[in-house]
Design a protein around this ligand. Structure first.
Ligand SMILES: Cc1cc2nc3c(=O)[nH]c(=O)nc-3n(C[C@H](O)[C@H](O)[C@H](O)COP(=O)(O)O)c2cc1C
Length: 177
């Protein structure tokens, strides 16, 4: 099985998962933004990993653009987010990102990291605004992503990356191979 892992990562956690997966599978690795569809077509299996920013999985536009060309390929997606896994939130995220012709593509969850000190000015400003809005809410009404957002102080850093998140992906890849 010849495979390629394409990834989109702004602050490094999705890249770390992509590298771990490449070590575990022997699949080639490339940034989605550098990917050329003619090169991608040389692989049987394509794993696309993307960081979650404002509920969008990075790099999904590449799949949307090329899904017809990629017909017959085995495609898997994984996303990397700060929120802890929660079934209904994850289902909504998948429905939102893997709609239309992308519907049915298996999607996996990997928990990422959160460090406002590393963020660009724009991202940090956005996170500050969100944190202020969330802090005003009653704690019992918070969504999992809202609790995660305020659980890490501005001067702190959280890193939830864990290789075990890749196990379901590795299991899926061994199915039928
Ligand atoms: C502007 C911005 C928006 C984000 N939106 C979400 C979100 O909607 N849901 C979530 O769980 N995490 C969100 N995050 C957290 C990232 O998904 C998390 O930090 C992830 O590890 C980023 O992956 P990366 O390190 O590969 O860029 C957001 C982070 C930033 C900076």
């Amino acid at each position: 099985m010849k495979g390629l892992i394409l990834y989109t990562s702004k602050y490094g956690s999705t890249e770390r998962y992509a590298q771990w997966l490449s070590q575990d599978t022997g699949f080639a690795l490339a940034r989605t933004s550098d990917a050329d569809i003619n090169t991608v077509l040389q692989y049987d299996t394509i794993v696309l990993g993307g960081c979650v920013h404002a509920s969008s999985i990075g790099g999904i536009s590449f799949l949307k653009r090329h899904i017809d060309t990629l017909r017959g390929k085995r495609i898997l997606v994984f996303c990397c987010a700060a929120s802890p896994y929660e079934e209904s939130t994850f289902r909504v995220l998948v429905e939102h990102n893997l709609a239309g012709k992308l519907q049915g593509i298996p999607c996996f969850f990997c928990r990422g990291a959160f460090d406002m000190k590393l963020m660009s000015f724009g991202d940090r400003t956005l996170c500050r605004m969100l944190r202020k809005a969330v802090a005003k809410k009653d704690p019992k009404d918070l969504e999992p992503w809202e609790s995660a957002l305020i659980s890490v102080g501005e001067d702190e850093a959280a890193d939830w990356t864990d290789r075990s998140y890749l196990e379901p992906i590795l299991q899926e890849l061994t199915k039928g191979s």
